[in-house]
Design a protein around this ligand. Structure first.
Ligand SMILES: NC(=O)C1=CN([C@@H]2O[C@H](COP(=O)(O)OP(=O)(O)OC[C@H]3O[C@@H](n4cnc5c(N)ncnc54)[C@H](O)[C@@H]3O)[C@@H](O)[C@H]2O)C=CC1
Ligand SMILES: Nc1ncnc2c1ncn2[C@@H]1O[C@H](CO)C(=O)[C@H]1O
Length: 481
């Protein structure tokens, strides 16, 4: 519905969304404590935050925290399948509105967007009517698509022209070029104007952080960035324990196939791969890991997993999950060798880990939808494979992503990062930063009571002996957790 400055699937789902947001708030003690601590100070007053992050129940609690701290917010999801429509409806309607009289924030997100709709939503979230620059002064990104659109827009406006969509390397690239061709002709300086007031971006995930460091190296970064992913309380929790919870959830909701006794291949043994391997081992699967990095491979071996190459096991395993943040991990030629009804899914941020384009081009291949985000692909010889969420991250496409408690850590980090960049612009010249350790430890501390943790207090002579303050930080910056 697009009666006002939002577009969601169904406003009547708002009450259901509100009920789940209320339950989630109890499960997000760290984020709610930050909301309480900073509400009086209103540190985000004057902030115009554009968000590009999965529009889930957990994100709704983040959005309402940003608003409680004084921010104005416009939001889109960062994936075409990850929106939870009841959460989006609750955000559009707001805590005091009704479906007939929505009082919420501008949100543009629904589950099952086309690529054109996805980038239109991103453009809406970035376009702020009745403001001097027509844009945000803060971005909260997940995967870097919003940051990419701004940077590409500024780049092409410099030249006064956009490469022809016919030169696109993929469908998604064509959609972006078509969008920018339109905006550059409609409003020639839209993106340059819009970027001029952005104080910074806080980036949620590994792949988005990779893009930021690339721009930093190229010298093309237009504004400072905080790499939220590498807050210890984000990547060593969300990426690992979040995926441990939500991988099996996604596979179960998608296929209801017994995992126990089956052979599962996890490609990549980083933070996400570690959580995924444990997730399926916990269900009784025999888990095999593939890796390129000898250190991560050694970790996997010492954690008791067989570590080998995909070629060795592609025709023997039952479940294949990519977790690498890299591209071309499972190719069409690999899928052609798989067992009948092998399950193939990705939990990395982008869908290029699985060669979906190549699969679609296999002569005689037949794609059939079992249910939304679950498809079989039948090869000419009759062998079928089951592909989840069309190769996009399956925990959010086939399930509801990570649970609230682990997202409370990530989103407490996000909120603190937004406050850092918005209130201390002079301390953050254009570069890529991580949260200071004392804030990382603060976020961890905020989650201990809920789990019944009793922390030991250092005695002064002990603190002196290990060279830290009694109140922390407890580790040097180079410490690996
Ligand atoms: N779906 C979700 O909820 C989440 C998704 N992510 C995404 O998951 C991806 C992975 O994130 P992290 O584990 O934090 O990254 P990471 O960098 O810690 O781990 C990736 C691992 O994959 C390995 N790898 C790279 N290319 C490979 C190849 N060709 N074959 C085998 N292994 C290979 C690397 O050596 C590395 O150990 C990223 O795209 C990230 O954005 C992160 C957190 C949550
Ligand atoms: N339930 C969720 N709500 C919002 N973001 C999530 C959720 N589960 C996982 N994510 C994030 O998704 C990105 C990858 O796109 C991560 O790094 C996670 O922090």
């Amino acid at each position: 519905e697009n009666r006002q400055d939002f577009k969601v699937a169904d406003l009547s789902l708002a009450e259901f969304g509100r009920k789940e947001i209320t339950l989630a708030e109890h499960e997000m003690p760290g984020l709610m404590a930050i909301r309480k601590e900073y509400a009086d100070a209103q540190p985000l007053k004057g902030a115009r935050v554009t968000g590009s992050l999965h529009m889930t129940v957990q994100t709704a609690v983040l959005i309402e925290t940003l608003v409680a701290l004084g921010a104005q917010v416009r939001w889109a999801s960062c994936n075409i399948f990850s929106t939870q429509d009841h959460a989006a409806a609750a955000i559009a309607v707001g805590p005091n509105g009704t479906p007939d009289n929505p009082q919420g924030i501008p949100v543009f997100a629904w589950k099952g967007e086309t690529l054109e709709e996805y980038w239109w939503c991103t453009e809406q979230a970035l376009t702020w009517p009745n403001t001097p620059t027509g844009g945000p002064n803060m971005i909260l990104d997940d995967g870097g698509d919003a940051t990419l659109l701004v940077h590409k827009g500024v780049e092409y406006e410099k030249d006064g022209k956009v490469p022809s969509p016919d030169t696109a390397e993929s469908d998604e690239h064509r959609v972006i070029l078509e969008l920018l061709t339109r905006t550059v002709s409609e409003t020639p300086q839209k993106w340059t104007q819009l970027a001029s007031e952005i104080r910074g971006v806080t980036e949620e995930t590994t792949t988005g952080v990779h893009r930021l460091y690339e721009m930093q190296r190229e010298g093309t970064l237009l504004f400072p960035a905080i790499n939220v992913n590498d807050a210890v309380t984000k990547s060593k929790f969300d990426n690992k324990y979040g995926c441990r919870h939500s991988l099996v959830d996604g596979i179960n909701r998608a296929t209801d196939t017994l995992i126990g006794g089956k052979t599962a291949v996890i490609c990549g043994y980083g933070d996400v791969g570690k959580g995924c391997a444990e997730s399926l081992r916990g269900q009784g699967a025999r888990v095999i890991v593939t890796e390129i990095d000898p250190i991560c491979a050694l970790q996997a071996a010492m954690d008791g997993y067989q570590v080998t190459t995909l070629d060795e096991v592609v025709d023997k395993a039952d479940i294949f999950i990519t977790t690498t943040g890299n591209k071309d991990i499972i190719m069409a030629s690999d899928m052609a060798k798989m067992k009948h009804q092998a399950i193939v899914g990705n939990i990395g941020h982008f869908d290029n880990e699985i060669d979906m384009a190549g699969l679609a081009k296999v002569p005689g291949i037949v794609k059939d939808e079992i249910k939304p985000q679950v498809h079989t692909w039948t090869f000419p010889d009759g062998k079928k494979i089951i592909v989840l969420s069309e190769g996009r991250l399956l925990n959010l496409g086939n399930a509801t992503g990570h649970p609230s408690f682990v997202m409370s850590n990530s989103f407490a980090d996000q909120t603190l990062a937004q406050i850092e960049l918005f209130t201390k612009p002079d301390e953050y010249p254009t570069d890529v930063y991580v949260l200071p350790k004392h804030l990382d430890e603060k976020v961890a501390r905020l989650h201990l009571d809920a789990l019944g943790v009793k922390l030991t207090t250092l005695r002064p002579e002990q603190a002196e002996y290990i060279g830290v303050k009694v109140e922390g930080p407890f580790k040097p910056d180079h410490y690996r957790y």
